[in-house]
Design a protein around this ligand. Structure first.
Ligand code: ZN
Length: 643
């Protein structure tokens, strides 16, 4: 089949189409549907309540996460908020970063937890978690009322004074943001009306506090991590139509970070990754709500730069939480403390926003890469989450403990695993975009359209869409043809192959009158390929379709402190040195199929020829207890063997 450009297909496909249906702008309540300067040109996600997962690894993983969230109790979560507000609490507080003396306390208990249960309630109809969230909001509202100033936190406002005076303090605004974001999610996603009022009280306090400080002092304070304060305030402005929140959001802007990016200069070396990605999400939302294009340019340049010059093959970035090298120079950076999981969560948030403006498949390709390689697989069977993602050879996955850690990554992981449905389907006007290949059903009730996506992707190389239409309807359905397909994708409608298919890294637009029972079958053949480490072509990872393949290096620690960390520490205390990278029996740049072979396509099992023998390979997300390596030391010139 010949590959054509998307435009070619639009031309050929248009002949078969009827008039496009006018589509109501039906989801104005969504945080994401607020109008920028050209709302009709933006792609927006369907509301979480319209998409349901079908049985798959994604559904299994979201249920594991929900069970973990269900194991946490409201009284214990509220303990430090109550104590801070002067309300007695006899509950046993959680530990780690929720310990009553930890300066980040409340970030999970009143923040990530609220966001996660709001997401779970909207995405899967989980009424138990919704009730838990409602109870927590009531408890938080009570604490705020007792304080009487709008201030709501699990630590006293003194910590903000420490920040203002330049005394050592962890990150009070970061934590404050998490609570605001949790409340906004409870309002938007779970319909809790009190939550909006509580969030407004918090914003009022933050605004009053920050407006009362000199610009110079504010900039000094903003050198300390402040999470997505700007994003939360923009979201609040969009929801309430109150301009003052937008003005307050602008107080949380740092010219020292934003200006170089606006001028397309990468001055990220030395910066803390997870401190800075949320600022870009805030800039992206500021663009969407204010329409000021400079914010869009900042967000797009930043994302493009990190993805191309600072990312590892798994779709995430950083060493020891920082960008430690010049752009494009990741050699020597493989260790235990790579790729903090929160950073992937935040990069993916940014990817879906930028995708909404551009409709470019590359952002969804990147989203897919992160989803399958550094989100899926980072939760173990009891719902515990990873913090770092070790990329040196011979390491393994380590997790937080259920009640004694509560890292940032416990929190973003709890949110991620509750929202797998949020990016599968998008829409623009009456058009539907199929972005991710995850078994799920879209129910677009207002339009009388259901799309059932049936797939075992990536164990199946493609997907099938089955349509249920209340009436025949003319519209365009766009399906992502991933960049990794190398031009071999095949698509058929009701068994008839399309003569024109979009090229790799674009969307195939199928415009026609759709009828009940129509089905679209998409075949996306996968191939083995290599992805070199930026800065060192002699080090490469192997991929198959979207999946990074990991070499199984044998059993890791079965249990104990090197597997589950029972404290707030984010890495095991005593780690061995990593192994040297396994040596591939092949030259750098040689065709991957010459040294890696497929053993079982349905099971995704492979075998690689190493200098010292053969290695078993599998998708990285399937690595659970094993030690692994995903990078290879390639050989210098020499004749590549075959396997
Ligand atoms: Zn984190």
């Amino acid at each position: 089949m010949t590959a054509h450009s998307r435009r070619d297909f639009l031309k050929t496909g248009a002949a078969a189409a009827g008039a496009c249906l006018a589509s109501p702008w039906a989801f104005s309540k969504s945080l994401y549907a607020e109008a920028p300067e050209h709302p009709s040109e933006r792609l927006i996600p369907f509301p979480l309540r319209s998409v349901r997962l079908a049985p798959s690894i994604f559904q299994e993983q979201s249920e594991i996460n929900a069970r973990y969230l269900d194991s946490l109790t409201v009284d214990r979560l509220l303990h430090s908020f109550r104590v801070t507000a002067g309300i007695s609490s006899s509950a046993t507080p959680y530990q780690g970063w929720e310990n009553p003396s930890c300066e980040l306390r409340g970030h999970f208990a009143g923040g990530h937890f609220l966001s996660a249960v709001a997401l779970a309630s909207a995405a899967s109809g989980n009424s138990v978690l919704k009730r838990r969230g409602d109870e927590l909001v009531s408890g938080l509202a009570e604490c705020q009322k007792k304080t009487g100033t709008g201030y709501l936190s699990a630590f006293p406002a003194d910590l903000f004074e420490h920040l203002a005076q330049g005394k050592p303090v962890w990150a009070p605004f970061y934590t404050y943001h998490k609570v605001m974001a949790g409340l906004l999610d409870m309002h938007v996603l779970a319909g809790n009306s009190d939550a909006l009022q509580v969030a407004e009280g918090m914003a009022q306090w933050a605004g009053d506090y920050f407006w009362g400080i000199s610009a110079e002092q504010r900039q000094r304070m903003l050198r300390t991590e402040y999470g997505g304060m700007n994003e939360a305030l923009v979201n609040l402005a969009a929801l309430t139509k109150k301009e003052r929140y937008l003005d307050t959001a602008r107080l949380f802007e740092q010219p020292s970070i934003l200006d170089p990016l606006a001028e397309r200069r990468d001055e990220l070396q030395g910066l803390h990754a997870n401190t800075n990605v949320p600022k870009m999400i805030g800039a992206a939302r500021m663009y969407e709500v204010s329409g000021e294009r400079r914010y869009r340019e900042i967000a797009e340049y930043f994302l493009q730069e990190v993805l191309t010059a600072r990312n590892y093959a798994i779709g995430n970035t950083s060493l020891d939480e920082h960008w430690t090298t010049p752009a494009g120079r990741l050699e020597g950076t493989l260790g235990w403390k790579n790729a903090e999981c929160c950073v992937a969560y935040n990069l993916m948030k940014l990817e879906r926003l930028v995708f909404g403006w551009t409709a470019e498949a590359r952002w969804m390709d990147e989203y897919e890469r992160a989803l399958f390689n550094c989100r899926l697989g980072t939760q173990e069977a009891g719902g515990l989450k990873q913090y770092f993602f070790p990329l040196a050879a011979g390491y393994w996955r380590a997790y937080n403990s259920p009640e004694e850690s509560f890292w940032c990554c416990t929190g973003t992981g709890a949110e991620e695993f509750a929202k797998f449905t949020d990016t599968i389907f998008f829409r623009r006007g009456g058009d539907v975009y199929v972005n991710q290949f995850i078994a799920a059903t879209l129910d677009w009730e207002e339009e009388g359209l259901r799309i059932e996506q049936a797939t075992r992707f990536p164990q199946e190389q493609g997907t099938t869409l089955k349509l249920k239409c209340a009436r025949p309807q003319a519209r365009t359905i766009h399906v992502r043809i991933p960049g990794w397909t190398t031009g071999a994708a095949e698509v058929s409608i009701n068994g008839r192959p399309l003569e024109a298919v979009a090229g790799p890294g674009s969307y195939l637009a199928m415009r026609r009158v759709w009828r009940d029972g129509d089905s679209v079958s998409v075949r996306l053949p996968m191939e083995l390929r290599q992805s070199p480490l930026p800065g060192d072509d002699s080090v490469a990872a192997v991929l198959y379709g979207p999946c990074v393949l990991a070499a199984d290096l044998g059993a890791g620690p079965a249990d104990g402190p090197n597997r589950v960390i029972h404290s707030g520490a984010t890495a095991p205390e005593s780690l061995p040195s990593p192994d040297p990278l396994p040596k591939a029996a092949a030259d750098a740049g040689v065709k991957t199929g010459l040294w890696v072979r497929t053993k079982s396509e349905p099971e995704l099992r492979f075998e690689a020829a190493g200098e010292n023998g053969k290695y078993e390979l599998m998708p990285l997300y399937q690595i659970a207890d094993q030690r692994y390596s995903l990078y290879w030391q390639m050989q210098n010139p020499g004749k590549p063997p075959t396997v």
